[in-house]
Design a protein around this ligand. Structure first.
Ligand SMILES: Nc1nc2c(c(=O)[nH]1)N[C@H]1C(S)=C(S)[C@@H](COP(=O)(O)O)O[C@H]1N2
Ligand SMILES: [Mo]
Length: 434
């Protein structure tokens, strides 16, 4: 059955008590049928303060703080994100709010497949390493991870495989991401490789898989939300991280607090959040959303709208070359005779970006922007440029990146695929010159 995604109001109309549990993890106390036994923290965070009289709050009541808006969630610690779905929570960042070279925590998108874990106990949190191909299964507390392994700080680009899905036609179901399911903060943690090698990797190891503490929307504790992974070669790269920090602060709750994987340059879905277990597999990991059509594209190009059997679908590995114009904001009014300063970022999965081209005449001519090297491998590269306009009127500024193997972003939609992944068509902004 298809996982149906509905908003908070519909959910409460259908079954208010169940909605309490699914949205907030809230359960009434069984003896009194009043008050909360769990979920209070989550509800308090969302309404913006402790609920003083929670003992008397009826079951199945949407808090007024959330009930009055169509998109009710004030996501704690986030600023300016566009909420695409509140169950599971999915929110993207408008391009102009991604202008920082290092993405601030409050501007990093959120892509959840299930319910965010509640009541996280840092002292009790462990990361278990297991699977068929581990020599010695081990478990580490957060303190042990911090003490035993070399600290690493890296800026790594995280982009959802479905970023840009909204552009596909025929449309693909799923979150209709436009441009903002991407960010490049600095991550603080350790190398995944160091932990895997501490346990020992058997010769037949092929893949790793992750598991996290988030829960399935059905409430069924036996179902995983998502459990994906990467081939050993990617897992063992210098930049593949287990992170507890983002820009020097603990990870935001919705971005995986207290521990996550960060696999730079690959679909965001490989960067497991709320990480509590890694398995070293002797076969391609077959966890939830590793198989079928999830995070896969047709192995051979297909005509738009084609139904592709599961056998014809291949796992997405490196993300393609892509760029954003983050300043100015689309729709800006500009004065004739003045130069317009442009700024943005470009990235290319496992590759680097070689050139960034700008057009103000719908692609007739292209100018070359100044492109900075990456802070480290797998971090996005910043670019700057200035343009002048010949006369008053409406213009579009287009940006197009080219990777180190000479592969360019397309202007139009790239290969259509059933789930709407990997749309890396060029970003453009509107400018009115007066
Ligand atoms: N445990 C867990 N890990 C997860 C997910 C999830 O739902 N649960 N979503 C994945 C997907 S599809 C993406 S794109 C990234 C998003 O990371 P972010 O929410 O920190 O931006 O996390 C990945 N890791
Ligand atoms: Mo994703």
């Amino acid at each position: 059955m298809k996982n149906k995604k509905i908003g908070i109001h519909r959910l409460y109309q259908q079954d208010p008590q169940r909605a309490d549990w699914e949205v907030f993890g809230r359960r009434a106390h069984p003896s009194t049928r009043r008050g909360f036994i769990s979920g209070l923290g989550r509800m308090s965070a969302l309404v913006g303060g402790a609920i003083v009289f929670h003992r008397f709050m009826p079951e199945g009541l949407i808090p007024a703080a959330l009930a009055e808006t169509a998109s009710p969630f004030q996501i704690p610690g986030k600023d300016g994100l566009t909420v695409l779905n509140d169950r599971p929570l999915n929110a993207e960042t408008p391009a102009h709010l991604l202008n920082d070279d290092i993405t601030p925590a409050e501007r990093l998108f959120i892509r959840n497949n299930g319910a965010t874990p509640t009541d996280i106990d840092l002292a009790a949190w462990t990361l278990a390493i297991g699977g068929e191909s581990v020599r010695e299964a081990k478990s580490y507390t957060l303190d042990e991870l911090k003490q035993r392994f070399t600290a690493v700080d890296l800026q790594l680009t995280l982009e959802c495989g479905g970023n840009g899905r909204a552009g596909f036609y025929p449309p693909a179901s799923g979150n209709q991401w436009t441009y903002g399911a991407v960010g490049c903060p600095q991550w603080n943690g350790i190398r995944l490789r160091d932990v895997l090698e501490d346990c020992g990797i058997k010769d037949d190891a092929v893949y790793i898989g992750y598991y996290g503490a988030d829960t399935h929307l059905s409430g069924d504790p036996n179902k995983d939300t998502i459990s994906r992974g990467v081939p050993m070669a990617k897992a063992l790269e210098d930049e593949s991280m287990i992170a507890w920090g983002l820009n020097g602060q603990p990870l935001p709750l919705e971005n995986g607090y207290p521990l996550r994987l960060v696999i730079g340059g690959w679909p965001g879905s490989t960067s497991g959040k709320w990480l509590n277990r890694i398995v070293i597999r002797n076969q391609v990991h077959d966890g939830t959303k590793m198989t079928g059509h999830s995070y896969r594209v047709p192995c051979e190009p297909v005509a738009p709208g084609t139904e592709v059997p599961a056998e014809g679908m291949c796992i997405i590995e490196s993300m393609p070359v892509k760029s954003l114009i983050t300043s100015p904001r689309s729709g800006v009014q500009h004065s004739l005779g003045e130069k317009l300063k442009l700024h943005g970022h470009a990235w290319a999965g496992d590759r680097s970006v070689k050139e960034l081209h700008i057009s103000i005449d719908f692609g007739q001519t292209w100018q070359t922007a100044t492109l900075q090297p990456a802070a480290n491998r797998l971090a996005w590269q910043n670019w700057d440029h200035e343009v002048e306009f010949p006369q008053p009127g409406y213009y579009e500024v287009w940006a197009r990146a080219v990777d180190d193997l000479g592969v360019s972003q397309p202007m139009v939609l790239p290969g259509w695929n059933p789930r709407g992944y990997l749309n890396n068509s060029a970003h453009r902004i509107a400018v009115t010159v007066a």
